[in-house]
Design a protein around this ligand. Structure first.
Ligand code: KIV
Length: 266
């Protein structure tokens, strides 16, 4: 399979073929995910929770993001690698540029930032400097303290209007991809229609251009014993991790995942 690029993702959106994205934090799982047909590997700052055992993503440093990106790069077999900029590592434009350079030089092909239109200038400067940007919107876990918990976002007309406007403004600023987390399925469908760039969902219904899950969640592994509503355990009925990864990709492509029960209403 030729290497996945931003152009590949655009073409998949245009063709209406769903994009399978999954988190990876090390070389072996990156390799296994590629073998299963995952097109986008996300070196997510969720590593703070599932690898480090922290209670949020906030303690993760940009050094740790660069370290795990380098690990994933070594196991990658042609997927597009997206790396999160960690909490407060993009508070100023200078930090944004320097820390994006850091993770791109470690092996990322795209950086992911959490937020809305207030980051439009940063997105534009990154794009001008050759850095594709994925904007993570809706439930942005780095803002958990501001939200007062991990809550569905975009409910109610005012919030929905703001999310739609932010998505369009970020596309205009040069964002290469959007990721919507925990937003009502109907709103996610509208945003996906409204922009030309690929939109990936997690807890955002089945109408987005692709899906992402946290690796440990979809393998049924949890430190707390609880899984979010949008998670499906793909180990159910499988005899190996490799088979579970393949089942995830198949379900995303066939749009049998997510089911209505994994989404949220307005
Ligand atoms: O860090 C992460 O794994 C993420 C996903 C929840 C999308 O941002």
């Amino acid at each position: 399979m030729p290497a996945v690029t931003v152009t590949t993702l655009q073409e998949l959106k245009q063709k209406g073929e769903k994009i399978a994205m999954l988190t990876a934090y090390d070389a072996t799982f990156a390799h296994a995910a590629c073998q299963a047909g995952v097109e986008v590997l996300l070196v997510g700052d969720s590593l703070g929770m599932v690898v480090q055992g922290q209670d949020s993503t906030l303690p993760v440093s940009i050094d740790e993001m660069a370290y795990h990106t380098a690990c994933v790069k070594r196991g990658n077999q042609g997927a597009l690698i997206v790396t999160d900029l960690s909490f407060m590592s993009y508070a100023t434009l200078e930090q944004t540029l320097a820390n994006s350079a850091r993770v791109m030089q470690a092996g990322a092909h795209m950086v992911k930032l959490e937020g809305g239109v207030t980051l439009a200038d940063a997105v534009q400067r990154l794009a001008e400097n050759g850095v594709p940007v994925c904007m993570h919107m809706g439930l942005t876990p780095q803002s958990v303290n501001l939200f007062g918990g991990y809550k569905v976002q975009g409910r109610g007309e005012a919030q929905a209007r703001q999310l739609r406007a932010d998505a369009i403004a970020l596309e205009q600023a040069g964002a290469a991809m959007l990721l919507l987390e925990c937003v009502p399925s109907e709103l996610a469908a509208e945003i996906t229609q409204a922009v030309k760039i690929p939109v990936i969902g997690i807890g955002a219904g089945s109408a987005t251009d692709g899906q992402v899950l946290v690796l440990h969640d979809m393998l049924g592994l949890s430190l707390t014993g609880r899984a979010p509503k949008f998670v499906k355990n793909f180990m159910d009925g499988q005899t190996s991790i490799q088979a579970a990864l393949a089942a995830y990709v198949k379900a995303v492509k066939e749009v049998s995942f997510p089911a209505a029960e994994h989404g949220f209403s307005a």
